[in-house]
Design a protein around this ligand. Structure first.
Ligand code: IYR
Length: 231
């Protein structure tokens, strides 16, 4: 038993050590799986069981967060009427964006994605899931708890959510119609929350296509400062 003393409850955390070679195999397998993930804009209308959404949010909910405040709420709907109202509101915002002549650089950066103001996927995808960030959290005693590193925390949780969907063969898109405060009203969320990302979730359509993009090489993603005494 360790001899540390604690003011709060602590429990042992001693997961089985993974032998290095086995760890590398698992890491390579996970990378191969994640490398097959693509953001999808054409969804199959085939239903997705609610349990898959639950599993993905359970996984998101394991993310590390500032002060372990877990400053997120994931709101899911498969209601056709609600999805359509989301689509209409999102398209109204997107029309403004795509006709805004003051952001030519932004439009140029998006050209190869061939995105436009038509957001049919918001009707077609069987589920829409909105991640709401909790700037603060109302507590049972009526007080308001301030949260820390909210964007970082919910960003990590959304990463886990996307990875979990991908392991289930499901596709999504990190859609951020801007501004997207209409989601707060449409989903009846409190003013302590702001919409962070809108995720359509479903299987890719049979004729789904994605832009032919490459990931940047590791040499641009990783810089090493190798120590003299390292292995
Ligand atoms: N929100 C718009 C535009 C858009 C912006 C970025 I940055 C993208 O990576 C993709 C699209 C839209 O959803 O069409």
């Amino acid at each position: 038993m360790p001899s540390r003393t604690h003011a709060y409850p602590f429990i042992p955390y001693t997961p089985d050590r993974v032998p290095a070679a086995e760890g590398l195999r698992r890491g390579a397998d996970f990378h191969r799986l994640m490398d097959q993930r693509r953001s999808v804009r054409w969804f199959s209308p085939d239903p997705v069981p609610f349990e898959a959404i639950e599993t993905a949010v359970r996984t998101a909910n394991t993310a590390p967060s500032g002060a372990h405040h877990q400053p997120w709420t994931f709101v899911a709907t498969n209601d056709r009427g609600l999805k359509h109202r989301v689509r209409q509101a999102a398209e109204a915002e997107e029309r403004k964006f795509y006709h805004d002549r003051s952001v030519p650089q932004w439009h140029a950066a998006l050209a190869r994605l061939e995105t436009n103001e038509d957001k049919e996927f918001l009707d077609t995808a069987p589920w829409l899931v909105v991640a709401f960030a909790q700037k603060s959290t109302p507590m049972p005693d009526g007080s308001l708890r301030k949260n820390y590193y909210v964007s970082e925390s919910i960003g990590i949780a959304c990463g886990f959510f996307i990875a979990a969907l991908h392991t289930m063969g499901l596709a999504t898109l990190t859609h951020t119609p801007s501004p997207m405060s209409f989601l707060t009203e449409l989903f009846g969320r409190p003013s302590t929350e702001r919409p962070y990302v809108l995720f359509p979730v479903g299987y890719p359509a049979e004729d789904c296509e994605v832009p032919d993009l490459q990931r940047k090489p590791l040499s641009e993603a990783l810089v090493v400062h190798q120590g003299p005494n390292s292995h």
